[in-house]
Design a protein around this ligand. Structure first.
Ligand SMILES: Cc1ncc(COP(=O)(O)O)c(C=O)c1O
Length: 370
């Protein structure tokens, strides 16, 4: 079966993990710090912290903004469930908006329709790694949380996706462009916020006795004591995850060029097929991350089943949140998200695909009897 998503690890990741295990310290530690430094350097981020998942990073991001309880956060319906759950868990109200059909990203006009007196923030997503127009959305004057889970390699107007928002998150889960198994990250230019994030990820503990003892802080003779400054859950990543991340970071350019090759092959082949609508690439000067390739087709379900019978697994990302029973609201109609729900299909795109796999996907789709 050809899988729809995937990552690629090799001997470098195995060697790093091995070294970490031999050190007998697999939990949070120096290797995480090294990954954070290298990641910041590679993508020119002012501040970057690793946490244990992109989903938790979203919750942390929402909490860091200290938004008024019960206020509204606008987000696309066409996104992963963690976006809305982070908002609900922070005692805020998710307000779903539509996306553009071609980019699958939110536009200012989609957001504007949902603004009320209660709006306190906006959450945007770089779908598949296509940069959202964050400068235009910033003009609305609300704090922005950017979900750059798919956009680790993306650039918008010369800056890394994530670096232009008030707070942004990345995901390093098992199928993301840069994987550590499960993991995530958070970035913000605001020094105060990143300091607070660093405290929050360790149960809201401010100064720990361990830090005092190891830095020989003379003011703390009882180094086993610690200050709990805020109530928060633990989101520490492990040195094992950091080790994998360091190896992935060294090869991210190669992994990305393979993703781009596959994306380009699909674009070149499908532009001649009149029943397929292709996703759009980044604008000139910007950079896409090619996390996934979502086509729009009539007879989507029949095509998905035909491909499955032929050993090709496909899926739909995302089932719009406003249609999900937990969030369902009968008076909300989001036209483009609902079109995507009926016609969208994510086809295989990841660096482990061989040329033969890619060819098979192309040929099978072209042979489909529409
Ligand atoms: C858009 C988006 N945001 C957030 C996440 C959550 O990331 P994680 O799986 O690391 O929790 C995902 C995961 O697929 C995602 O697609």
């Amino acid at each position: 079966m050809i899988s729809v998503f995937g990552s690629k690890v090799g001997k470098e990741e195995i060697e790093n993990v091995n070294e970490c295990m031999m050190s007998q310290w697999m939990g949070f530690g120096k290797i995480v710090n090294k990954f954070e430094q290298e990641f910041s350097k590679k993508f020119q981020l002012n501040n970057f912290l690793m946490v244990d998942s992109g989903s938790n990073a979203l919750f942390m991001a929402v909490k860091l903004l200290n938004l008024p309880a019960g206020s509204e956060v606008i987000l696309p319906s066409y996104t992963w469930v963690s976006c809305a759950q982070a908002i609900v868990m922070a005692n805020l109200k998710p307000i779903f908006c539509d996306v553009d059909l071609n980019t699958m990203n939110v536009r200012v006009s989609d957001i504007e329709r949902s603004i009320t007196k209660e709006t306190s923030a906006i959450m945007v997503v770089d779908y598949a790694g296509l940069p959202v127009k964050i400068d235009e959305i910033s003009q609305l004057g609300y704090p922005i949380i950017e979900d750059a889970a798919h956009a680790v390699f993306s650039r918008y107007k010369g800056s890394a996706c994530g670096s232009l928002a008030d707070i942004a998150i990345y995901s390093f889960d098992a199928v993301k462009n840069l994987t550590v198994g499960e993991g995530g990250g958070i970035t913000t230019k605001d020094e105060k916020l990143i300091k607070r994030a660093s405290k929050l990820r360790y149960c809201g503990i401010g100064k720990s006795g361990f830090d005092s003892a190891t830095t020989q802080d003379k003011n703390q003779s009882k180094w086993w004591e610690y200050n709990i400054e805020e109530t928060f859950i633990k989101m520490l990543p492990t040195n094992i995850a950091g080790s994998i991340g360091l190896a992935q970071l060294k090869k991210i350019d190669i992994l990305q060029s393979r993703r781009k090759e596959i994306w380009d092959a699909y674009q070149n082949e499908f532009k001649h097929v009149n029943w397929i609508e292709n996703p759009v690439d980044a604008e000139n000067g910007d950079r896409h991350s090619y996390f996934t390739y979502c086509i729009r087709v009539p007879e989507r379900d029949r095509l998905a089943n035909f491909l499955l019978e032929n050993g090709i697994y496909t899926t739909l990302r995302y089932h719009p949140l406003h249609l999900n029973p937990i969030y369902k609201s009968t008076d909300l109609y989001l036209k483009n998200s609902e079109v995507l729900n009926k016609r969208g299909l994510n086809i295989p795109l990841h660096p482990r695909l061989t040329d033969a796999d890619v060819n098979k996907v192309i040929q099978k789709i072209k042979s489909f009897n529409i």
